[in-house]
Ligand binder design. Structure first.
Ligand SMILES: *Cc1c(COP(=O)(O)O)cnc(C)c1O
Length: 502
């Protein structure tokens, strides 16, 4: 299977090269030249474990890896560092199935792919005879950063540098990152938002001078964001898995469509669901849920992508994004792989902050339903679900609320999977507020004497709900801060060079 760029330069790469590079030379994103079909039928996958299904799905894209190599990667990634034996359990609640993707080390769905990516990357380097050190650059809205740090910490032949928006992540998320151990890990807060961090990282990738400087140091840059095809493909697996499990449970008949709802930021997770559909998993509607930063809702309704609007810091911070990178892959596919058109749209986004897709792409967008949820509605939804005895996080609540809107509007009763993307404990303050714990109650429950910290909210939430704190979030408060770097959004290149020169 070869990979080509969304910007149309016909420079085909192997999957191993595409994974190592992360982003194409013409700044486009890698997509497979064709989306492979599922190698097994749904019925043949019945009874399989997560690892077995992931192997089938991922190997179909990355066929340069031998059977043996791919098995090693999968087994290394999906082992007992996941607290749930099924890896991604499905819980029925509120008339839908919640696909819990947050039982890995860092308690968010990013672990699903970032547990695997280091294995794919180091195997690719070995196969390609790569002599350089690989430096992973990641921009994070809060969850990718920690998951990538955990995945790559102390992995030989790699360095990892993470940029997160100062004041743009929860206290729990921040402490998770700045307490990261490992000699090859580097973390910086940037004075800006996620889009600034992501734009800055993309600029470093495209900057030939920096590339040359790093090459002289024996270093190659790569990406752990969902712009890396290795990460995206790993995410396709859990949608196929969820379909098979619903068939096993009798909730779906083989061949019957399944709707999928995804709380969306960078458009990676929902694109993975789209790709699962193209592989042959019977897919109904794809429901794209946004928070108050609802660029995608508007885009799906109009075909106009317009970021000339205010940016909101919300209680679902991992979705506080205006420029959704992976949308580029979708419009490339929907345009009939028209790299020239995609280049023009991306240029227009860069220059004029807006673009409008062609009628052909607009037609393709009808596979999606777009909706959004305000911060207040997010808390209300969490409260309603908790009354049913199910604790969900703010991002998952955004998804569930938009799902309810969709059902109200359409009456569609197709069995539906909701991507449940994080543990409520990562956003403990919002969760506590949602279930009616005011500051006074939090103080009593946690034993805090001053204004409660994010960590006090975790304690109070556990006392009140009895839901276990994920092991990756335990005793976070006691973990020492090891990374204190702060940099301006103009100084990211300098920070990278400095970090790597040590
Ligand atoms: C990253 C993230 C999202 C958004 O996923 P994308 O693939 O960027 O669309 C949603 N929820 C949580 C908790 C996340 O960490």
């Amino acid at each position: 299977m070869k990979y080509e760029s969304t910007r149309g330069s016909k420079n085909y790469q192997s999957s191993t090269k595409a994974i190592i590079r992360g982003i194409a030379e013409d700044k486009g994103l890698y997509v497979p030249v064709s989306i492979p079909k599922l190698p097994l039928t749904i019925d043949e996958m019945k009874g399989m474990t997560y690892q077995q299904i992931a192997y089938e799905v991922i190997h179909a894209y990355f066929d340069e890896y031998t059977d043996e190599e791919m098995k090693k990667c999968i087994c290394g990634a999906y082992d007992d560092k996941f607290e749930a034996e099924e890896i991604a359990p499905l819980t029925k609640a509120g008339g839908a199935y919640f696909l819990e993707l947050y039982h890995g080390k860092t308690a968010a769905f990013k672990d699903m792919a970032l547990s695997l990516l280091p294995y794919l990357m180091t195997t690719a380097c070995r196969k390609e005879g790569e002599k350089d050190k690989i430096c992973i650059l990641a921009a994070t809205s809060g969850d990718t950063g920690k998951a990538a740090l955990e995945g790559f910490a102390n992995v030989e032949g790699t360095e990892i540098i993470v940029f997160y928006p100062q004041n743009g992540v929860s206290q729990v998320q921040e402490r998770q990152m700045v307490s990261q151990e490992g000699d090859n890990t580097h973390v910086f807060a940037i004075k800006g938002n996620f889009d600034d961090a992501q734009t800055g990282v993309k600029k470093i990738f495209a900057d030939e001078v920096t590339g040359k400087k790093l090459a002289d140091m024996g270093i190659k840059l790569s990406s752990a964001n969902s712009i890396n095809i290795g990460r995206l493909v790993a995410q396709v697996a859990y949608y196929v898995y969820s379909y098979v499990k619903l068939v096993e449970r009798g909730a779906l008949k083989t061949g019957e469509a399944m709707n999928v709802v995804v709380p969306t930021g960078n458009f990676g997770n929902i694109l993975a669901a789209y790709m699962a559909g193209k592989m042959g998993m019977p897919l109904g509607k794809l429901i794209c849920a946004s928070n108050e930063n609802k660029v995608l809702t508007d885009f799906l309704n109009t075909g106009v992508y317009d970021i000339r609007r205010d940016f909101h810091l919300t209680n679902s911070p991992s979705m506080d994004i205006l420029i959704s990178s992976n949308l580029e892959r979708l419009i490339y596919l929907l345009s009939g792989r028209d790299g020239k058109a995609v280049s023009e749209w991306m240029e227009s986004l860069d220059k004029d902050k807006v673009y409008e897709v062609s009628p052909q792409v607009k037609e393709g967008l009808k596979a999606f339903y777009g909706g959004f949820c305000t911060q207040e509605e997010t808390l209300d939804t969490m409260k309603t679900m908790w009354k049913e005895g199910y604790l969900i996080d703010t991002h998952t609540a955004v998804a569930y609320k938009v799902y309810r809107d969709y059902v109200k509007e359409t009456g569609d009763e197709t069995p539906t999977v909701i991507a449940s993307t994080a543990s409520a404990y990562k956003f403990a303050e919002s969760a506590a507020k949602a279930i009616g714990l005011d500051e006074g109650k939090v103080k009593v429950l946690s034993g805090a004497t001053a204004e409660p910290t994010g960590f006090d909210y975790v304690k109070a939430l556990e006392k009140e709900t009895g839901v276990k704190v994920p092991y990756g979030l335990k005793n976070l408060e006691q973990r020492p801060v090891l990374h204190t770097g702060v940099c301006g959004k103009e100084d990211m290149t300098e920070s990278v060079i400095k970090a790597l020169s040590k």
